[in-house]
Write a protein that binds this ligand. Sequence first.
Ligand code: PGA
Length: 256
Amino acid sequence: MRKKIAAGNWKMNATKEQALELFIQITEHYDQIWLNEQFQIILAVPHPYLDLLTDKSVDYPFLKIAAQNCHHKEYGAYTGEVSATMLASVGVSHVIIGHSERRMYFHETDALIAQKTDQVLGNGLTPIVCIGEPSEIRDDNSHLSYVLNQLKSGLFHLSAETFSKVIIAYEPVWAIGTGKNASMEQVEEMHTAIRNEITVQYGKEVADEISILYGGSCNAVNANDIFSCENVDGGLIGGASLKPNDFIQIVKILGA
Ligand code: PGA
């Protein structure tokens, strides 16, 4: 089901106490935001706090807890890794897959991202799959084919039924953490291209069901413009999600 989603990506930030405080400050506003089945918050928190925060989130049915990554195998001798099965067992509902920081620093390829997505879906969880071009690709004007290729290579092996469970996040790498968000025209161009590509592969009915989020320096000031783009269904928010007032403001803008 196509939903409006405000997803916070805390990345490798916050101690346990800070994470708890952040969660409390966000949930203090829960009753005023009018979340529902079609309008949800997702918090992607560091692994050590998943169990704690999934427990706490039981009181907030439309606030979901996500992991920021998982391994591509179900179990085994992979010291330090965490599987989708483990995440499911502690009540996680979503997993970010293929964030550009993982592609960049941990050399994740589209093939690996496809396997991770399979693991997540196979465990009944929802993947939030990130795609987006680096600046040199944008400068080269090959951003559309680059991003659509990530989409196809990472996800188009899925059946239509399974694909319809995926959330996509378009995050231009040059916009992440830089304070330089993509313009409305750039966002709408890419989101429309992504939805069109899905239509070609899976048909309009499936394409209309997919939530496509924008990420990259989205904040309380530019959220209104970004969310007013027709094919934008919400945001994947990094830096601003660590500031509870800003994050709540963004959520309210999305819900307005
Ligand atoms: P940012 O990060 O909002 O700090 O740019 C977004 C992301 O990496 O998901």
